[in-house]
Design a binder for this molecule. Sequence first.
Ligand code: C2E
Ligand code: MG
Ligand code: MG
Ligand code: MG
Length: 278
Amino acid sequence: LQEAKRKDGTCVYVRGMYDRFQDRQAMARDLEHALERDELLLNYQAKIDLASGDVAGAEVLLRWHHPDRGAVRPDHFIPEAEHSGAIVPIGRWVLETACAQGRRWLDEGRPLKLAVNLSAAQFSQADLVDQIKAALNRSGLPPHLLELEITETTVMMDMESSVQTLQALRDLGVSLAIDDFGTGYSSLTYLRRFPVTVLKLDRSFVDGMEHGGDPAAIAAAVVQLGQVLSLSVVAEGVETEAQAEALRRLGCDMAQGFLYSRPQPVEQFQASLPPPGP
Ligand code: C2E
Ligand code: MG
Ligand code: MG
Ligand code: MG
């Protein structure tokens, strides 16, 4: 398992690590202390403006380095953190840390829009709007530099209350993205009523779209839907130049994926950016 740590200091994910140990309870216990033990960190993955090729912003992705188990995949520990409630303090930390980092970059002349993921448990917290407001105030990050990503499945769980929460968040001036779009059960009627600003095309449709077929057709439909509803569309999981070219032809606004950059710790991400403008 320790081979998860490579020579260059980066980590690869060991799939199903906790499944193999059959100790999800141990994971929940360890997660309770992950914050105070300083085991969590944020990675940043560039979002590219497809027309100009510029880095327009970054998605903030949580990482957990367990002292014995190495890197634990977010797909594993985030559902567990949701279940145990640990996601509440962790999510708050992610927000605060990301906003503070965004402010630092702004002060250095790099106004990057940072996108933070919100899980279902966070989205349904009564004081979510206050939490976001507090994180913005404390950091001094202008609201237009913060985007919140909420999955399609989460917003569709309770549509009436989602409309209200999303509106309250929009009133703060932050951007709102529907993540993993195309994988849930979207009602187009509701989509029109959701005051969101961005659709994130799920990477399952980007994967293979250069070969045509269903993925390409769905990608095209989502880009068009975005245009009709005046939403900006971000394609996730772009791995090849052929996919990027196909997306550009469709008129997709932004792209994110290994083709441009992997999620990276703050120092590496920053080093990969062009020098700040005048
Ligand atoms: P997501 O928000 O849909 O994030 C995109 C995922 O795709 C990330 O996985 C990212 O590393 C991966 N990815 C990016 N580009 C490529 C690519 O070109 N190819 C492939 N195959 N994958 C790519 P990651 O970091 O493992 O995160 C998984 C999920 O965990 C996220 O999906 C998000 O739902 C959740 N998550 C991550 N960080 C947080 C967080 O701070 N809070 C909450 N609530 N959830 C988070
Ligand atoms: Mg996301
Ligand atoms: Mg996604
Ligand atoms: Mg996802």
